[in-house]
Each structure stands twice: as C-alpha cells, then as structure tokens.
Write a protein that binds this ligand. Structure first.
Ligand SMILES: [Zn+2]
Ligand SMILES: [Zn+2]
Length: 129
C-alpha cells in the first residue's frame, strides 16, 4: 500500500520508489581500463584480445593470439632530471609496451591512462627501429 505523506515543503506526495537493483560489475581490463565481459568461461577484453581466469584475480591473463610478436618499445617513466636523488630507486624502472608489434604509434603499458611515443626522451627502446 502506498501511503501519501506530506513532504518538508508541506506538499502531499507519494513515498519514493525503492532504488532499482544493483548490477554486478566485472573487473576493469588491466590494459585499457574498460569493464571486461564474461563469456561463461573467462573474463575477456575483446579490444585488447585478452582473457583472464574468473577465479584468479592475481593471475596473469592470456592473449587470444598467443603467438603474436610483442612490440619492443620500453620506457623509464621516472628517468627525468626533475626527480631528486631520493627517488633514484625508481629512476630505472622499465615499463614495456603490451601491444603487438603492428606499427602503432602510441605505446601502452599497464598504467591505464599512460601512453608514450618513440620520441619521448625517457624511451630506452623504440619500436620503429
Ligand atoms: Zn582491454
Ligand atoms: Zn608499442
């Protein structure tokens, strides 16, 4: 039964409807950051061509094309003079591109928002050579 109530403005109004049901979300792809799909067997990102076991959140995924050649590009994000000596331990941390070697310009690591190009001064290995 929906009872009429008076709201704080003195108006009669019906009670608010209950919030709609929640929807479970799948995890975000560890490469592109978009919500993955679940195909019944595994979590999948069709954009990245990757799949993950749905029971093992700490497990690495698999590529749909496991024999695809890796892009050779690599970067040291923190190798910059703006970093003081106290950060020397991270200066030479290397991030490698996760994309296949298909001639792309924007290299991509697991840092979802970061891409780089071969002309970045922190590049230690270019794809175009
Ligand atoms: Zn993805
Ligand atoms: Zn790349």
């Amino acid at each position: 039964m929906s009872a009429a109530v008076r709201n704080s403005l003195g108006r009669f109004a019906t009670k608010r409807k209950p919030p709609p049901p929640l929807e479970h979300r799948a995890p975000d792809c560890s490469i592109c950051g978009k919500e993955v799909d679940h195909d019944g067997d595994s979590f999948r990102c069709y954009d990245c061509g990757a799949a993950w076991d749905p029971t093992g959140y700490e497990m690495k995924g698999e590529w749909d094309e496991p024999d695809e050649v890796a892009c050779p590009a690599a970067i040291e994000w923190f190798n910059t003079d703006r970093l003081g000596a106290e950060h020397e331990s991270i200066r030479h941390v290397v991030d490698e591109c996760y994309l296949p070697d298909d001639g792309h310009l924007d290299h991509k690591s697991t840092d979802i928002w970061q891409t780089w190009r071969d002309d970045d001064p922190r590049v230690i290995r270019k794809a175009g050579q």
